[in-house]
Design a binder for this molecule. Structure first.
Ligand code: NAD
Length: 286
């Protein structure tokens, strides 16, 4: 049997989640995705109308297929956690079963089990504010959507993952070096995500035999990154200063994710892998 992957955080064909899903599909995996509820309608209708057909082309001539799209809001673990205003919000009312627990239950009911879990989502409502100007609410929201969401996904999906399975997330260098502009507590959220990668590798490694890694990705002009506001500067900085002076492609991260998700990486867990043309290693820009 081929492997089955669930990728949380795909809502268009521009981000890392799409590229990872596509690379896993090219390697023979069956693909399920979790799409943020407010983005679900537009994503599904764009898929249906063929808007992504060009980026669905695989190098073997085939077309990348998504077996099922699940609505997901990873800031809510169970139905009891959903406040009234969200329940009654018209962008949410049209879908159901989108808390993390319910999403895992739906995947189990439809497919039984998965082998690969990918967390490719983040949200920091105050990301454009420096840390000193970030409110407690904004900071906690960044941690909730960008970090605890991963703990929650693993908590509910690990029990339906086959032993030998693999899980990974996406992080960013701002966790360990000062990147002015990556604010709102997002740098803190990524630092926590990287620390959690180690602790979770231990906990789910021992209990379920699953590996846990994170990819520290270089800058990509995704929808989320454009919302931060300085993505073009980051890309230009990297192209000018990284050991490899080329622009990062989403596929670069996709292929590393496919490697990490495969038996080729069967002894790799608790690791942070840089896929950033080496920019993390520079001390003095020249
Ligand atoms: P993206 O916009 O393609 O992906 C982010 C996704 O998260 C979106 O699909 C969004 O709908 C989803 N999302 C937000 N809140 C959610 C929630 N509560 N529940 C479910 N889904 C939710 O952008 P991306 O840049 O590809 O981001 C993917 C990951 O890569 C993120 O963790 C991001 O921090 C990380 N990353 C990005 C860059 C970059 O330069 N783009 C660099 C390093 C790391």
């Amino acid at each position: 049997r081929g492997k089955r992957a669930f990728i949380a955080g795909v809502a268009d064909d521009q981000g890392f989640g799409w590229a990872i899903a596509k690379a896993l599909a090219a390697a023979g995996a069956e693909i399920l995705v979790g799409t943020w509820v407010p983005a679900l309608n537009i994503f599904e209708s764009s898929l249906r109308r063929g808007k992504f057909d060009e980026s669905r082309q695989l190098s073997n001539g085939g077309l990348f297929e998504i077996a099922k799209v699940y609505p997901l809001d990873a800031v809510f673990d169970t139905p009891e956690d959903v406040p009234e205003d969200i329940k009654n919000n018209k962008r949410y009312a049209g879908s159901s079963g989108w808390t993390v627990q319910e999403c895992a239950e739906s995947v189990k009911a439809d497919f039984g089990c998965i082998d690969i879990l990918v967390h490719s989502l983040a949200n920091g409502p105050e990301v454009t504010k420096p840390l000193m100007e970030t409110t407690r609410k904004g900071y906690l929201a960044a941690i909730s959507a960008s970090t605890y969401s991963y703990v929650s996904l693993l908590k509910y999906f690990a029990p339906i993952m086959n032993p030998g399975g693999s899980s990974l997330s996406l992080t960013y260098l701002a966790s360990e070096q000062i990147i002015p502009g990556y604010g709102g507590g997002m740098s803190s959220a990524k630092a926590a995500l990287e620390s959690d990668t180690r602790v979770l590798a231990f906990e789910v490694g021992r209990k379920y035999g699953i590996r846990v890694n994170t990819i520290s990705a270089g800058p990509l002009r995704s929808r989320a990154a454009k919302a931060i506001g300085f993505i073009d500067d980051m890309i230009n900085y990297s192209t000018a200063n990284a050991p490899l002076q080329k622009e990062l492609e989403a596929g670069d991260v996709g292929y590393t994710a496919a490697f990490l998700s495969s038996p080729l990486a069967s002894a790799v867990t608790g690791s942070l892998i840089y896929v950033d043309n080496g920019v993390h290693a520079m001390g003095l820009a020249v």
